[in-house]
Structure formats: C-alpha cells, structure tokens
Design a binder for this molecule. Structure first.
Ligand SMILES: Nc1ncnc2c1ncn2[C@@H]1O[C@H](COP(=O)(O)OP(=O)(O)OP(=O)(O)O)[C@@H](O)[C@H]1O
Ligand SMILES: [Mg+2]
Length: 506
C-alpha cells in the first residue's frame, strides 16, 4: 500500500457546548475516492475545514503525503496542494469564469496589466483534460449551478491541487448533473488526484467511492470498503439503528380543493417568461408533486405562490379566496406554509438564534406576544425546546445557538420544524430534504404524510424522483414553465415521469 495522501489522527475540535470532532482518525490513500458519511451535525464539515486550514484542531496530528504538518490557513492548505469545493459556492457573479479562477493570483504582463489571455488558455486546457466543458469567457450569472461547481473545481485545479475535498457537492445538483459529477470524479482519479467527498446519498457512495469513513456524534465509527458494504449497513453505522427506506402510508382521501392555481404566468429574473399559463389544484388530504428538471419554472412557481415575486397574470385561490395580490404575511395568515429551496436566502435569519428562527412567522401572535406586543420569553423557550426535541435539531447551545454556526442539515431542520408545526392549510415544500441524513429524511417524510392525513394540502417540489414517487398521490411534470401532464401515483413510474419531464405528454 502506498503512503496515505491524508492521515489525520486523534483529531479533536471543541465548540461551545459541543465536541464536534472527538479523537477522529481519517486516512485516505493517494488516488482513491473516499466518501465521508455521517448524520447531520456528526462533524464532517468540521473535519474537512480543519484539513483545509479553516479551523485549528484542539488536539491530534495531520500528515500530508507522509509529512506531519500544522495547517495554519487555507493559503497554507493550497500550498500543500489541498483544494476545497464548499457547499455554498464563492463566485463573483458578474465576473467571467476565468476572472473568478484567477482571483487573488492574477497573471500580469511585464508592465503590470492584467493578462487574461494566458489564464484563459490554461483554463481551457484544464477544462479539456478533465472533460469539464466550461467556457472560460462565460459570465457566472449566465451559467447553471452545475457549471458553477465546475468553475470551483477548475479554481482548485488551476492552483495545482491534488487532494480535492468536496463538501456535499451533489446537494445542489440535479440527478443528471450528479451523474456527470461522478464521472468527473473518475476522470480526476485517473489523472492521479485524491478525492474526499461528503454526501448523504448512499447510492452515490456505492456508485463512486472506493472507501467510506463514518462519523457519528463527533466520533469515528469506522472505515469500510464500499464494494463489500451494502447501503443498509452504511445507514446503520451512521445513525446507530436500522433505517427503513420505504415510506409507509395509507391511500389518500382527498377532500375539497384547497389551493387552486389558474392560468398562472410569472416572469423570471431576466424578464423572460418562466411560468406560462400554468394551472393545477391541490385538495385537502393529498400530496401533489411537481417533478421536473431544474430551471423549468419550479423556483419561480414557488416564489410566486409564496408572494416573493409578482404574478404577471392568472390567479391563486386559497379555499376559494383570491390571494393573488396579497402580501406575504396575509398569505401566511390565510394558511400558507413554505419550506423554501434556499434555506439561507429565504428560510432563516442566520444571525438569529434557533428559538428566534422557530417563531419567525408567529412571534407577533399569541401565545408568543401578549396583548400589548411584549414577547413571552418563557413560552417561546418551552416551544423551542419541544421542537428541538421533536425534530432532533442538534447544536452546541440548544435554543440559544446562532443559526449561522449550525451544520447545514440542522439548519434545514429548523425551517421544516417551523413550517410543519404551524400545520398550514397548504404546505409547500421545495427540496425539503436537501442536506438531510437518511434518519432525518425518514422522519420528515413521516411528518409530511401526517400533515396530509390531517387533511392538509401538500405541494412537493423535488428533483428527486424517489422522493416524488414515495410521497405523492398525484404527480405533475413541469417543463418549460408549463404542466406537461398529471399522473396518479399508481400510474407513475420513473420512466413515464422522466419522459414527461422531457416535455413528452403521456
Ligand atoms: N463555528 C461553529 N461554532 C459553533 N458550533 C459549531 C461551529 N461549526 C460547527 N459547529 C457545531 O459542530 C457540530 C458539527 O458540525 P458540522 O458542520 O461539522 O456537521 P456535519 O457533519 O457537517 O453536518 P451536516 O450533515 O448537517 O452538514 C454541530 O453540532 C455544529 O452545530
Ligand atoms: Mg456539513
């Protein structure tokens, strides 16, 4: 066996109230694809941030290619040829691909002017070598999320990284883009790169990784050869109990129409029609799914229903009441609930505490405020305590933790807890389980079905066909801003929905 590319021993990192890494060992051979798996809050991002020099460990040693190092900051990590692609990209949107890539190490001519020609050539060459298909001159704002991620990959390849760390790279990608990324991993590997990637999706681990290290509650559980380990075993190692991958539910008993969307048209960010003449209904006691490839109007549809962007034409009716032009608070009071797809932008106030985020929509009402508008802190505290327990929201200092310092999955649980607990008439959930571990997904799916069974209307927007097929009673496929067709769950399968998503009516 060759010298490990990465050797972390006994790594400990303590944050206020929590041991994020507790004597963790992590060893990755050079040239392997290594998955890092663990529950939400298990300490995966912390461990990789230590490797990239973002945090200093409180104890433990790190060897890179056999040499002991103490990685002081990301520049030092870069010098050690370690690169990291963060879950939230760090790109300047009105710069070109090349301008982003050279940021901080701009090539200059002898007279000191920016020399982009040379950089563009190098970017094009790298893109070619690894099959990334990135246009060096494209502007970031004009390319897809999947392409933006490749720019992040190019950024670290440009700096000669040979250890590449990816923190939940597939969480923001569509299934097609995920397949492409996994191919890119193989190409990077065949060029001799070492890859560490964090994911919650066991299928991806099976498809791409050689070995997998599992963390649970900050502790090292073990490292497994992926080809000899099945998904159930990995899930069990990770959460410490067995996980059911099937959603048990009884047939729906739909009642009256709750949400009615009539000939809706909405413009996208650049003034181009994103949703056109779109109509559907959701009844009490059913889950309607919207299946589609990213960028076909789902985001604009949800934003328009939530009142975040204006509706150009058409109507939205909630229990027979026209709410097309209502402001957001009135919509919420009329019975709208929303789990938005971007938790940082639309779901949380990152510099608020957990309890404050949990009452964001209801703080001004009883029992959280009294008659004259004073917040009732005790009531809020016990409310937060209940939700933290029910939804297993983990953090260092309980309800007083700032959302910003929490792990991605636990941030998501705050948003879901807030919206589900209000039990709205219409619950709109967009990519609700993004970034959640399998145990948390199992629980959230159960709660969504419970809302349905209470007689609420649920609208689920998801890129994950498994999730759509598992939860929905009816499935609408969206393409180019319009509904291609609606299938009852019993008639639906992956192939049929896939064809409809491609624009072919059934
Ligand atoms: N900067 C910080 N300040 C305080 N606590 C932190 C900080 N960063 C992480 N933590 C805590 O450390 C623990 C581990 O967090 P980490 O982000 O490493 O989890 P994770 O395994 O990446 O989870 P997820 O799958 O949800 O992303 C969490 O309980 C988190 O609240
Ligand atoms: Mg994380």
């Amino acid at each position: 066996m060759n010298t490990p590319a990465i050797e972390m021993r006994g790594i400990t990192k303590i944050f206020p109230g929590i041991i994020a890494n507790d004597k963790v060992n992590f060893e990755v051979y050079s040239g392997e694809i290594h998955a890092l798996l663990g529950e939400n809050g298990a300490g995966k991002s912390t461990l990789m941030s230590i490797l990239f020099g973002l945090y200093a460990p409180d104890a433990g040693t790190i060897k890179i290619r056999g040499t002991e190092v103490s990685i002081t900051d990301p520049n030092h990590a870069t010098a050690l040829k370690i690169g990291m692609v963060h879950q939230h990209f760090k790109l300047v949107h009105n710069f070109t691909v090349t301008e982003n890539i050279v940021l901080g190490i701009e090539p200059r001519t002898k007279s000191g002017n920016l020399n982009l020609k040379h950089a563009e050539k190098k970017v094009a060459d790298l893109s070619e070598t690894y099959g990334l298909l990135v246009d060096p001159r494209a502007r970031i704002e004009a390319i897809t999320v999947g392409m933006q991620q490749r720019v992040e990959i190019l950024k670290i390849l440009y700096r000669d990284a040979d250890i590449l760390i990816f923190d939940e790279p597939t969480a923001v990608l569509t299934p097609q883009e995920i397949d492409e990324l996994l191919l890119i991993f193989q190409r990077l590997k065949s060029e001799g790169k070492t890859i560490v990637f964090i994911t919650h999706k066991l299928k991806e681990i099976k498809a791409a990784a050689n070995r997998c290290t599992v963390l649970r509650r900050g502790k090292y559980i073990g490292t497994y050869l992926v080809k000899d380990t099945d998904e159930e075993t990995l899930a069990e190692k990770m959460v410490g109990r067995s996980v059911t991958f099937r959603i048990n539910k009884k047939p729906a008993a739909p009642g009256e129409v709750i949400l009615s969307v009539e000939r809706l048209s909405v413009l996208g960010s650049r003034g181009i029609p994103a949703v056109q003449n779109l109509s559907f209904e959701v009844r009490a006691g059913e889950v309607l799914g919207i299946a589609g490839i990213d960028g076909n109007g789902q985001s604009e549809l949800v934003a328009a229903l939530a009142g975040l962007i204006p509706i150009k034409s058409g109507r939205v009716m909630l229990k027979g009441r026209d709410i097309t032009k209502e402001v957001i608070r009135r919509r919420n009071e009329a019975g709208f609930g929303l789990v938005p797809e971007d938790r940082h932008k639309h779901g949380l106030v990152l510099d608020f505490r957990v309890d404050e985020n949990l009452i964001l929509k209801s703080y001004y009402q009883k029992p959280f405020s009294n008659r004259v508008g004073f917040l009732q802190f005790q009531t809020i505290a016990s409310y937060a305590k209940r939700l933290i327990q029910e939804f297993d929201i983990r953090s260092g200092s309980g309800s007083a933790t700032l959302a910003r310092s929490m792990s991605g999955g636990n941030q998501q649980k705050i948003v879901i807890a807030r919206e589900l607990d209000l039990s709205p008439e219409v619950l709109i959930v967009a990519q609700p389980t993004r970034g959640l571990d399998v145990g948390a997904i199992e629980y959230i799916h159960r709660r969504i079905i419970d809302e349905r069974d209470k007689g609420k209307a649920v609208l689920l927007v998801s890129f994950e066909l498994d999730e759509i097929l598992g939860l929905c009673d009816r499935i609408a496929a969206i393409s180019k801003g319009g509904i291609v067709g609606i299938l009852a769950a019993a008639e639906a399968n992956e192939r049929r929905i896939g064809a409809m998503m491609g624009g072919f009516a059934h």
